[in-house]
Design a protein around this ligand. Structure first.
Ligand SMILES: Cc1ncc(C[n+]2csc(CCOP(=O)(O)OP(=O)(O)O)c2C)c(N)n1
Ligand SMILES: [Mg+2]
Length: 356
């Protein structure tokens, strides 16, 4: 279900397309997003197994199970090499859809010195700032301010062009000061920004009823004077549709777009958390629908992939994942005697590269 809080004017700026090319590109986006969802799921399943086995992964493991559709749908609509994408802990699929190599994930989790964090981070704070992907910041809500700042900097330097900046956060992040300050500034400056809020009903074990008093998070959009849309975060087709329009509207001068995806986190906050606080009836409701088999059902009913093509895709994706893990496991950990001890965490920043 897509609900639009403030219905956009009918004249959405669009590149002219015939009905058949539009249908074709919708199918292409769906299949591309599906591949990233599948890849994220299989990769994270392996991470969970390694975490439980012990020894290889030192830090925590944070999974995005159930949130892959909402995550991938935003990133596939962005222009790689041009736009900005700040994903959070549930954005393995989105990161990959924005171009992050599998090796960045496996090297970071396995502590390889060759990874983007040089083996200094055990899980998720990696980034590729040079390629428009700021390293993930733990402090909830701050990515809103960071992306707004990056867009404003580009505008002041006269090189904003048609860049769009996207930041993805959870429901809990919307309670932080940084979220409100960042969103307000983006709204006042009418920045070309998309704010994706994955409302997975919990911030760790805190339910949304203890997080906000408005009937629905989407109501906050009106308070800031930005356009807001609500979408079923388990439905890949709907998510692609809403993000396509949001990115397009942000790109064409309509200011920040706030999208709230309603879904349920299907794992614990991290693999150390059994999520026993999630009521069983919530899991059994529409909220608990798993977006991956749901997307597969759409593909099958449209006959977009045959059974053998599904099998080949899964084998191909699994092989890529196995290869990335095998390579990262053989790579060296950081050597304290050879470290430069620069305070920058990401390799790109440590190498003297300037933030764009
Ligand atoms: C400002 C701040 N407060 C607390 C934390 C600790 N913390 C990390 S993740 C998390 C829950 C996040 O919930 P939400 O934003 O809903 O995202 P989700 O984990 O559900 O995807 C908390 C409280 C933090 N990182 N930053
Ligand atoms: Mg949450």
């Amino acid at each position: 279900m897509i609900r639009c809080l403030r219905r956009p004017p009918t004249a959405i700026v669009k590149t002219p397309a015939t009905a058949s090319t539009k249908k074709h590109s919708a199918k292409e986006s769906f299949l591309t997003a599906y591949r990233h969802m599948l890849s994220a799921r299989l990769l994270e399943d392996r991470l969970a197994t390694l975490y439980r086995a012990g020894g290889k992964i030192v830090g925590g493991v944070y999974l995005s199970r159930g949130q892959e559709a909402f995550s991938a749908a935003l990133a596939v609509q962005l222009k790689k090499g041009r736009d900005i994408y700040a994903g959070l802990i549930r954005d393995q699929a989105g990161r990959m859809a924005f171009g992050e190599p599998l090796l960045d994930t496996t090297r970071t989790y396995l502590g390889s010195a060759l990874g983007p964090m040089r083996g200094r981070d055990g899980n998720i704070h990696r980034g590729r700032p040079k390629e428009g992907m700021p390293a993930m910041i733990s402090h909830l809500g701050t990515s809103i301010s960071v992306v707004a700042g990056m867009l404003l900097a580009r505008r002041l330097q006269g090189r904003l062009g048609d860049t769009v900046g996207a930041a993805s956060v959870g429901d809990g992040a919307t309670s932080t000061g940084a979220f409100h300050e960042g969103l307000n500034m983006a709204a006042v400056e009418k920045l070309p920004m998309v704010i994706a809020i994955a409302n997975n009903q919990f911030a760790y074990s805190t339910p949304t009823s203890r997080q906000f008093a408005c009937a629905d998070l989407i109501e906050r959009a009106r308070g800031y004077g930005v356009e807001g849309y609500k979408v079923d975060g388990t439905d890949l087709g709907d998510c692609l549709d809403v993000f396509e329009k949001a990115v397009e509207r942000a790109r064409h001068g309509h200011g920040p777009q706030m999208i709230v995806g309603t879904l349920l986190r299907l794992s614990g906050h991290g693999e150390h958390d059994d999520a026993s606080y999630v009521p069983p009836q919530m899991r059994q409701s529409d909220l608990g629908r798993d977006c991956l088999p749901a997307a597969e059902k759409t593909i099958r009913s449209g006959k977009w992939l045959s059974d053998s093509e599904f099998d080949s895709l899964r084998i191909e994706v699994q092989q890529e994942i196995d290869q990335a893990f095998a390579q990262s496991m053989q790579e060296p950990a950081p050597d304290p005697y050879k470290e430069t001890w620069s305070s920058f965490s990401t390799l790109e920043l440590a190498d003297g590269w300037q933030v764009r």
